[in-house]
Design a protein around this ligand. Structure first.
Ligand SMILES: C[S@@+](CC[C@H](N)C(=O)[O-])C[C@H]1O[C@@H](n2cnc3c(N)ncnc32)[C@H](O)[C@@H]1O
Length: 281
């Protein structure tokens, strides 16, 4: 896939080192005391889990937390469309003494695995890229299996849109969240699972005047999602001016970043037979 053919919604994730720095900024500036991935996994009985599939694993932030909690016999298989994520993903697993299998795949509507193969399927901030995969998740899960999906609330990033002088409506960010969000997630999952629990993770990103460089780095990372093709240096410069003014006037920039963790049980398979998506490259 050439850079030109990559949709704006994917641009922030093609460079794992930039994505990783943004993830660190999020963690440092979150008002919620818990890491979202620890929060997502707490109270989930993982000792009996043997086969795990992660969809849209990125550079391995959630995979590492997952691997840390799994029993040593468990196998972790992770799919992502960006080949550059493989090396950092393997490093993240090594950091907790684990290994797994990374497969470069463009997830669409089919999964190449047999029915009932997995005890756990997870999609952390990724299902909105490929929501049509949900029936396949129900098919590849064992009857006792669990599907864990983390997503954002539609109102996330509103203050960042405002500071940038952008209308969220029609932005790649809004279009992505329209596909799977805190608000519509239950409705989209309900046909395929008999039991769905939604756990809200209320959160804000808070930047004080000393953290202006971190705010600007985060804004640069997010801009393709907010502004689409309009994300350029001029927009960033305008955002910086407004951010400085806001910091001196209000003393802090506070951005809504409310998430939700859906834990789904009782898969209701609706299809038969495995069929893979073609590889990305
Ligand atoms: C926001 S990141 C989340 C990464 C990771 N799960 C986490 O929680 O940090 C979304 C990931 O989904 C991947 N992705 C997007 N569309 C995809 C597709 N169609 N098939 C496979 N991976 C995809 C991106 O490459 C990116 O790594």
């Amino acid at each position: 896939m050439s850079r030109e053919s990559i949709p704006e919604s994917l641009l922030p994730f093609i460079h794992p080192e930039i994505h990783q720095r943004a993830a660190e900024i999020i963690r440092r500036h979150s008002t919620h005391p818990r890491d979202i991935h620890e929060f997502a996994l707490e109270n989930l009985p993982l000792s009996g889990v043997r086969r795990v599939l992660e969809l849209g694993c990125g550079f391995g932030r959630f995979s590492r937390e997952l691997a840390r909690c799994l029993s040593p016999q468990a196998e972790l298989l992770a799919l992502d469309s960006q080949p550059a994520n493989q090396a950092p993903w393997e490093d993240h697993l090594s950091a907790v003494g684990r290994r797994g299998t990374f497969l470069c795949r463009c997830i669409g509507e089919r999964l190449e695995f047999a029915a009932g193969e997995f005890d756990l399927v997870a999609a952390s901030y990724s299902l909105y890229f490929f929501p049509a995969i949900v029936p396949e998740v129900a098919r590849v899960l064992a009857p006792h299996g669990v599907f864990l999906a983390i997503t954002h609330s539609r109102g996330s990033m509103r203050e960042l849109f405002e500071l940038a002088g952008l209308d969220p409506a029609g932005s790649p960010h809004d279009e992505l969240l329209a596909r799977f969000s805190a608000e519509n997630g239950h409705h989209l999952l309900a046909p395929y699972f008999s039991e769905i629990e939604a756990r809200p993770y209320p959160n804000r990103l808070r930047f004080d005047p000393e953290s202006l460089p971190a705010f600007l780095e985060y804004a640069r990372f997010k801009l393709p999602l907010l502004a689409g093709a309009g994300a350029d240096e001029r927009l960033l410069a305008r955002l910086e001016d407004r951010a400085r003014a806001s910091l001196s006037h209000a003393g802090a920039i506070v951005i809504a970043k409310d998430d939700v963790v859906f834990t789904c049980r009782g898969p209701r398979p609706t299809r038969v037979g495995p069929a893979g998506e073609p590889p990305c490259h």
